[in-house]
Design a protein around this ligand. Sequence first.
Ligand code: SF4
Ligand code: SF4
Ligand code: SF4
Length: 461
Amino acid sequence: MPEGKLCNKQTVDTKELLSALLNDKSGKQYYEEMNHLDVDSKALWGLIQKSCKSRLRTWLEICAHCGMCADSCFYYLANNRDPRQVPSYKIQSTLGELIRRKGNVDNAFMQMCMDTAYSKCSCCTRCGLYCPFGIDMGIMFGYLRGLLFSQGFTPWEMKIGTGMHRIYRAQMDVTTEDWVETCEWMVEEYEDDWPKLTIPIDEKNADIMYTVNAREPKHYPDDLAEAAVLFHIAGEKWTVPSEGWEETSLAMFAGDWAACKMQVEHVYAAMDRLKPKRMVVTECGHAYRATVIEGPYWAGLKSGQPPVESIHYVEWVAEALRTGKLKIDPAKKIKEPVTYQDSCNYIRNAGLGDIAREIMSYIAEDFREMSPCREHNFCCGGGGGLNGIGRYRQQRNIGLQVKRDQILATGAKMVIAPCHNCWDAIRDMEEIYHIGIKWSFLKPLLLNMVIVPDDLKPKEE
Ligand code: SF4
Ligand code: SF4
Ligand code: SF4
């Protein structure tokens, strides 16, 4: 059977196809069909010749097999230094072999590549810091995922995720109506406590266009309300777009390059339409990476920059605290020991380590660094889409042990994680390993300690 009904080389562009995938609980039929999926070697080799550029080819060729990258990978450490978890081995035995064989590989090889690309690499890019040649397996596995996607070898949840982006321009089935209604609903919920609170929609020429992770309107609408309250207290002139409000990209994790472009162009169109001075993205690492770092290239923007200046939420928070737009009540600073989960996507890949420490200096009395930290920090264990893939749950849980031990060594009771994926991974780690910690985004913490100007408080009855 060359092509399955659910598992095939086609992209998911209709609600019917998406619904069929969603109805296949845990992807049972999907993975069964994958066992029979043909590999179109000619098309695969054609794609490699067209898309595998000199940087990746050079990296594959110049690897000295020195093994210096081994200890940099948290999977290697978490799996008792299994030689099969050495970054260079993982990429040479998959992408390297695929190219050496000119795409002449079979179904079992492709499934091995998929299992390696998703369950042995979170694309955290840490190894690239430690290789003397800067060879970065995170970049290469991201590329390999794209080759696998073109042949239908993609985890079930990722195939659903790309379908969501293609159909809804969001990683979840949140329509424009759902989004606008959620904004209105949150204002209604919070306006008794915050008179004159608004979530302005489609305001032109605002100072800030705020964009989110679709999980917020879908599952955590209070996050949106908290963002609104903090902008309100800070006196910001801000807006959200009715279309182009979703920053994340499961398409990036899945290697669906066409959907990556569609998604990010939707956000850039909102910038072009509303002409804000700046865009602020919520507390999400991969959303920032997708829209601010990778997105301009997907969209073919020669500047390598989004159409307007775009910053991560932590940059806005640090600026608001520095300029006094947000003031912290010293009596309400966090007293218990607290640590910070440095996200690979905006700390390692965008250099925001100092910004995070600046925020800690305002809000935490006993801040403790993980070791290693900043750009050298280990992945939380759930990056690259791994948190959401049932097939690799066991491997993910083993990987979480490295983060568990890092947190335990700090003695902290609270982990601040301004990244959705990191937040999820740390929550799951606590549920599995019970080390007795709390975890939080910045917004609820800030709301508990910020000084509220009298004119923003509700009037006494
Ligand atoms: S450190 Fe670099 S050169 Fe050495 S094995 Fe790893 S990827 Fe290859
Ligand atoms: S990118 Fe991260 S997870 Fe992947 S091989 Fe390198 S260190 Fe390991
Ligand atoms: S989930 Fe967080 S720590 Fe893990 S790879 Fe993504 S940004 Fe890095």
